[in-house]
Design a protein around this ligand. Structure first.
Ligand SMILES: Cc1ncc(COP(=O)(O)O)c(C=O)c1O
Length: 404
């Protein structure tokens, strides 16, 4: 048979790989503390579920949804959310499109706008779809390092100056996997660069609502004139514990919104109406849930970071997201992130995401997702401490575990 080259070139998705590693231990009945995938463990608030149930009972919601860019009440709720939280005005008809989660929106936008000679600048390390949406769509990808605002601006400017094929810049702040945050001044500079170099900006704002200690992550659309070049993509997955529902939205530049809307009318024709109706309930009346979900992550962050600190693995506490990015401790630095993940699984029966899953630049670290309770986190810390105490680093140098 002829080869399936496009798919064969794709590496196995990081969480598929981690699940494969985990399954052998689960089959043996071993209790694994799982902090690998950012898959919220809390339930969706009851009024949102109830809104879905009631809407699903109405036969008219069972048809293809019109228009495929999202029902009017959903797009209006998005516009209200932006107005209320960021004082950003959006045109409900031309500047908002409903998406089947943020990932789908990014992927289909990539497909809609990419041509073979185009290059897209993506953060490094980054959430995999930021890179692979464009590679799958046939474009080239170049990277910039996630570091201080000033250094990122210098690097992005240099890349724009030297490569005229850069069609778009992908951003994601608060960032997965590093938890890196920026201030509005960074977005102002990026928008100015994008206008100067005639480049689009796509900002993944999936962690808009998961901000701690009073920090409020800026929306790129708050920058005056941002809509000339930028779109922002948001998700209900994390903010309202709705990852399985697959609902999000993209807002901003009319040309990019129209490109995504058009390609979606060919591919998927939009989201089941009761899900959109339930999402309206979340966006318009969900502030209380949003806050309590955020508080839960903040408490878990504190427990995990303090615990790691106590056992001699200091990490930077993130200002936002549901992740703690943890450089591999010095004594294990001879291991790459997948090997270190395997060691943690084998010796401490806990699982994290290996940094390599977010690109080469992540291979010196692992990512903890804050999806276990504080009690389970304390248990994980105890297991880690026992393991670290019982082992000398030299054992691991000798027993390098195959990267698989
Ligand atoms: C940065 C980022 N964007 C998007 C997503 C996925 O969002 P959704 O569930 O809406 O597709 C995630 C999930 O982990 C993420 O970390």
């Amino acid at each position: 048979m002829k080869p399936l080259s496009r798919i064969e070139k794709l590496p196995t998705y990081v969480f598929t790989k981690v699940d494969q590693l985990k399954s052998e231990y689960l089959q043996r009945g071993i209790d694994i503390i799982d902090m690998s995938m950012g898959n919220p463990d809390g339930h969706t608030p009851a009024p949102i579920v109830e809104a879905l149930i009631q809407a699903a009972k109405l036969p008219q919601t069972h048809r293809y949804v019109k228009p495929p860019k999202g029902i009017e009440s959903f797009r209006s709720a998005v516009a209200s959310w932006y107005e209320k939280n960021y004082s950003v005005g959006l045109d409900v008809d031309s500047e908002i499109v409903a998406t089947i989660g943020a990932k789908e929106g990014i992927s289909h936008l990539a497909l809609a706008i990419s041509e073979a000679h185009d290059c897209v600048l993506v953060p490094s390390p980054s959430y995999p779809i930021h890179t692979y949406a464009f590679l799958i769509a046939g474009a080239q990808v170049d990277t910039f390092s996630v570091q201080s605002e000033q250094k990122m601006l210098v690097e992005i400017k240099q890349k724009l100056e030297s490569n005229k094929q850069i069609k778009a810049i992908m951003l994601n702040f608060p960032a997965n996997p590093t938890g890196h945050c920026v201030e509005i001044g960074f977005f102002e500079e990026i928008i100015a660069l994008a206008k100067h170099y005639q480049t689009w900006i796509i900002h993944d704002f999936a962690y808009a609502d998961l901000c701690f200690d009073g920090y409020c992550a800026p929306s790129i659309l708050q920058v005056k004139g941002a809509k000339d070049v930028a779109v922002e993509i948001c998700s209900l997955s994390k903010s309202y514990n709705m990852p399985g529902w697959r609902v999000g939205y993209m807002a901003g530049n009319v040309n990019l919104i129209s490109a995504l809307t058009k390609i979606k009318s060919y591919y998927d024709y939009g989201i089941f109406a009761p899900i959109q109706i339930a999402a309206v309930e979340a966006l318009l009346h969900g502030d209380e849930y949003r806050q309590s979900i955020c508080d839960i992550y903040q408490q878990r962050r504190d427990v995990l970071c303090a615990g790691l600190q106590n056992i001699g693995w200091p990490v930077q506490a993130p200002k936002a997201t549901m992740f703690v990015w943890a450089p591999i401790p010095e004594r294990f630095s001879h291991l790459d992130s997948l090997e270190f993940t395997k060691v943690l699984l084998d010796k401490a029966h806990m699982v994290v995401a290996p940094g390599i899953g977010f690109g080469e630049a992540g291979d010196h670290a692992v990512r903890f997702a804050l999806i276990e309770s504080p009690q389970r986190m304390v248990e994980a810390i105890n297991r880690l401490e026992a393991f670290i105490r019982s082992t000398r680093a030299v054992d691991f140098k000798e027993k390098r575990i195959g990267a698989g």
